[in-house]
Design a binder for this molecule. Structure first.
Ligand code: SF4
Ligand code: SF4
Length: 111
């Protein structure tokens, strides 16, 4: 089992999650974060910290595609352990539907 970052993180990227993870298993893309499924210890601490409610346990239904996206990009994006400012328009994007089409495969800056 692992926790998974899902669609509502895209363009929100508040980064509260990275501060609480005891094993530093978040990785940063240009407009979202992912969790490395082999490093996550399933502690669940990050889930309630996400203001966008984007973090889910992989036991929830229909998360296979998101689990694959997390696993794939955690291999190439840089590690992130320190919160930076959220994008200025994060609030506007919070809860918007169909954000997957806005997903960027480009890496973020990392720590
Ligand atoms: S707190 Fe939530 S929205 Fe913010 S970066 Fe983490 S998963 Fe994404
Ligand atoms: S569940 Fe725990 S180990 Fe996994 S990403 Fe969240 S805080 Fe890190």
């Amino acid at each position: 089992m692992t926790y998974v970052v899902t669609e509502n993180c895209i363009k929100c990227k508040y980064m509260d999650c990275v501060e609480v993870c005891p094993v530093d298993c978040f990785y940063e893309g240009e407009n979202m974060l992912v969790i490395h499924p082999d490093e996550c210890i399933d502690c669940g601490v990050c889930e309630p910290e996400c203001p966008a409610e984007a973090i889910k346990p992989d036991t929830e239904r229909s998360l296979e595609d998101w689990l694959k996206l997390n696993a794939d990009y955690a291999k190439s994006w840089p590690n992130i352990t320190q919160k930076r400012d959220a994008p200025p328009d994060a609030k506007e994007w919070d809860g918007k539907p169909d954000k997957l089409k806005l997903f960027s495969a480009e890496p973020g800056d990392g720590d």
